[in-house]
Design a protein around this ligand. Structure first.
Ligand code: ADP
Ligand code: ADP
Length: 224
């Protein structure tokens, strides 16, 4: 079945008096457990697509259907609840909270969702082990390498066991060897937890390892 569907999605920005069309009746779907690479030049609309799929931006037309639920007309509160529970985000820069340790950063979204500190800590430590950085649990972000910081950010993104992982250049700030290593960990986690992922990347080697590759052309999402 399908986890995510974008149906005839329009997305436009106002540029002074004219409209800049980024998505134009765009269709896209992601199956359960599928890992898809989004490869397109800067400015093509990758972040717009990810933010629309992740319910951070509203489409100007069409609808976004997540796990069978039409999300285009939901209230802010309903969308926030879906984002918190069902969607994980990873960015090029880790955006970890600098004052908190790795394990605390991963606990945070779980505490927001009402888990106890003990439950949240146990799951966070499991995720750190899974990402092979269990021994770095008590370190703050500044004490971690770039690759370790991204692995913590990935663990945080999946802490609430989302259905969908959206990643915008998750290895874009890393050297090729580290990027490959971090991607290995990301891929293992996605495959292990059965989540679906849409991952924007400029790295063709990593894109080749995913189930399918899409790009943006004339406001549409097309396979290539
Ligand atoms: P990518 O992630 O592929 O680099 P984006 O989705 O960030 O592309 O941006 C696509 C285009 O839309 C760019 O030309 C960008 O300048 C424009 N854009 C993005 N966000 C906004 C916004 N909030 N207001 C106006 N223009 C925007
Ligand atoms: P609140 O501030 O009440 O947590 P938000 O709407 O800001 O409400 O965020 C709800 C959830 O949506 C957050 O827990 C976070 O996971 C996600 N979120 C919000 N803004 C962003 C963003 N720019 N990028 C990624 N995720 C975001």
């Amino acid at each position: 079945g399908l986890l995510l569907e974008l149906k005839a999605v329009d997305r436009r920005y106002d540029e002074g008096t004219r409209k800049l069309t980024i998505l134009d009746q765009a269709d896209f779907s992601l199956k359960h457990g599928e890992m898809v690479a989004l490869v397109a030049p800067s400015g093509a609309g990758k972040s717009t697509l990810l933010h629309t799929a992740g319910l951070l931006e509203w489409p100007d037309g069409g609808d976004v259907i997540l796990n069978g639920r039409a999300c285009g007309r939901l209230s802010d509160d309903e969308r926030t609840a879906i984002r918190r529970n069902d969607i994980g985000f990873v960015y090029q820069f880790h955006h970890l909270l600098p004052e908190f340790s790795a394990v605390e950063n991963i606990m945070m979204p779980q505490l927001v969702c009402g888990l106890s500190r003990a439950q949240a800590r146990e799951r966070a430590l499991q995720l750190l082990d899974y990402m092979k950085i269990g021994e770095r649990a008590e370190h703050r972000p500044a004490e971690l390498s770039g690759g370790e910081q991204q692995r913590v950010a990935i663990a945080r993104a999946v802490a609430n066991a989302p259905l969908l992982l959206l990643a915008d250049e998750p290895t874009g700030n890393l050297d090729p060897a580290t990027a490959s290593y971090v991607f290995d960990a990301l891929e293992a986690l996605v495959r292990h937890s059965g989540l679906s992922a849409l991952i924007a990347t400029h790295n063709h080697e990593l894109a080749a390892r995913m189930d399918r590759r899409v790009t943006l052309e004339g406001g549409k999402v097309v396979d290539f």
